[in-house]
Structures are given as structure tokens and as C-alpha cells.
Write a protein that binds this ligand. Structure first.
Ligand code: ATP
Length: 245
């Protein structure tokens, strides 16, 4: 098992955002985490990457307990994250942003890493010198993923990579994630776009208000009537959004 999350609880002040979440990710898998707004998906990823402390439970990575390891060490042991909202450095060029991703890794060939990221994302190669902050939303998403890859992670944590993107770019991002996985990186993916996430993933977990309520092979969840009713009504979501308060 590459990553094992055992019964973790996480609080924001007195509010319990996670109430005992367990999940496992095997080497080579794509695992999706789906659920409604506020279910705790982002918190789960942030706790795995060390940005939030856990109040109970345990996280193991590559056989070691990392529950109390600082976030910058987790990057070094192989946990990479492309955060929700991207978090790129707006005043730095695309290439400088990418190089920031590898700062923690002293002993490897940055040129080779850059070449691989530019091969995955030709758009970034065309725009090496452009300021990160002037890139489009989709380009910034690619940059955030590329930057995470620069640390050569064993597992890549992706938080809503399709958020805010036009449908054609959503397809592109999903096919790039599949290619990243094919090249050997394990992926843990948080997505609101549940249909596409389940089509891409090997397995998935469904989170509801801080708890895992289902876990199964992704294809089984695609045909699960409860999951369909709650999460796969893509067109309904749009209508609710348009008519909502
Ligand atoms: P979304 O899809 O809307 O991003 P999510 O499933 O990623 O949702 P989280 O962002 O993990 O959910 O939030 C889980 C719960 O923790 C929510 O109830 C949220 O309001 C709460 N929460 C998240 N961040 C904070 C914070 N900084 N302070 C207080 N409460 C927070």
C-alpha cells in the first residue's frame, strides 16, 4: 500500500471537518474522491500533504507513519500536491514557477524534469517566459500540475483540476492525468465532476459530511443508483447553479 489513511479526524476550531476518514491508495492507481460541497474532500488532501494537522487517526506513506511529518518533508518523500485555486506565483515566469516545484529536491536533473513537463504540456513550453499570473485559468491549472510534477512525486494529489475550465479543456486535463498515471505516478483526485472522475479512476470513495459513505471500483459507482442520483446529474447541477439563491 502506498498511502494509507486510517480513521483521521480534522477540526477547524470546534468544527469537525473529517470525522474518521479511512482510505487507501495502491501504487499505480488512480483513486477519486467525490462528494458534495463541504464534504471534506479538500481537507482530506490538505491533511495528507501536511497543510492541516490531524486530531486523531494516522497517515502512512510507503510504510512509514507520516502523521506528524511537516509538509515540506512530505514533498521530499514523494507526496506532490496541485492545490485547489492553483496557488501559482503570479509575478514569476512559467519556467520559474516550475522550478519552484523542484526546490526541495537537490539531487536530480532539473533539465530532464522540465523537458518531461514541457512534453506533457506543450502550452507551457510555448509560454516559458510569460508571467504565471497572466496565464488563462486552464493554463494556470496545467502550470500547477506541472509544478507538482517537478518534485517527482510518487503520488500526485489533485484538487478539482477541472474546476472553472471549458469542456474542451476539461477533457484535455483528464487525458493528461491519465498520461501522468501511465508514466508511473499514482494519483489521488478530488473532483466535483464526478462522472469524468469515475470514468478515469480505478477506484473511488464517496465522502459525505466528513465520512466515507461508499468505496468501490469506479465503474461500479458509475452504475450505482444512489451515486447517480446524488452526484452524476451533471445537467441538474448546472440548473441548480443557475436558479439558486
Ligand atoms: P468543496 O467541494 O466545496 O471545496 P470540500 O469537500 O473540499 O468542499 P472542505 O473544503 O474540505 O470540503 O470543507 C469541509 C468542511 O470544513 C466544510 O464544512 C467547511 O466549511 C469546513 N472548513 C473548511 N475550511 C475551513 C476553515 N479554514 N475554517 C473553518 N471551516 C473550514
Amino acid at each position: 500500500m502506498l498511502l494509507e489513511v486510517e480513521n483521521i479526524a480534522v477540526h477547524y476550531g470546534k468544527i469537525a471537518a473529517l470525522k474518521g476518514v479511512s482510505l487507501q491508495v495502491d501504487s499505480g492507481e488512480i483513486v477519486a474522491l467525490i462528494g458534495a460541497n463541504g464534504a471534506g474532500k479538500t481537507t482530506t488532501l490538505k491533511t495528507i500533504s501536511g497543510l492541516r494537522p490531524l486530531t486523531a487517526g494516522r497517515i502512512s506513506f510507503d510504510g512509514k507513519d507520516i502523521s506528524r511529518m511537516p509538509g515540506h518533508r512530505r514533498v521530499v518523500v514523494g507526496i506532490g500536491q496541485a492545490p485547489e485555486g492553483r496557488g501559482i506565483f503570479p509575478g514569476m515566469s512559467v519556467q520559474e514557477n516550475l522550478l519552484m516545484g523542484s526546490y526541495a529536491r537537490k539531487r536530480f536533473n532539473k533539465e530532464a524534469e522540465l523537458a518531461e513537463v514541457y512534453e506533457l504540456f506543450p502550452r507551457l513550453a510555448e509560454r516559458k517566459t510569460q508571467a504565471g499570473g497572466t496565464m488563462s485559468g486552464g493554463e494556470q491549472q496545467m502550470l500547477a500540475i506541472g509544478r507538482a510534477l517537478m518534485a517527482k512525486p510518487k503520488v500526485l494529489l489533485l484538487d478539482e483540476p477541472s474546476m472553472g475550465l471549458a469542456p474542451i479543456l476539461v477533457n484535455q486535463i483528464f487525458s493528461i492525468i491519465s498520461e501522468i498515471n501511465r508514466r508511473g505516478t499514482t494519483v489521488l483526485l478530488v473532483e466535483q465532476n464526478a462522472t469524468q472522475a469515475l470514468q478515469l479512476a480505478d477506484r473511488a470513495y464517496v465522502l459525505e459530511t466528513g465520512r466515507v459513505v461508499k468505496s468501490a471500483p469506479a465503474h461500479d459507482l458509475l452504475s450505482d443508483p444512489e451515486v447517480q442520483a446524488a452526484y452524476l446529474g451533471g445537467d441538474l447541477d448546472t440548473e441548480v447553479g443557475a436558479d439558486g439563491p
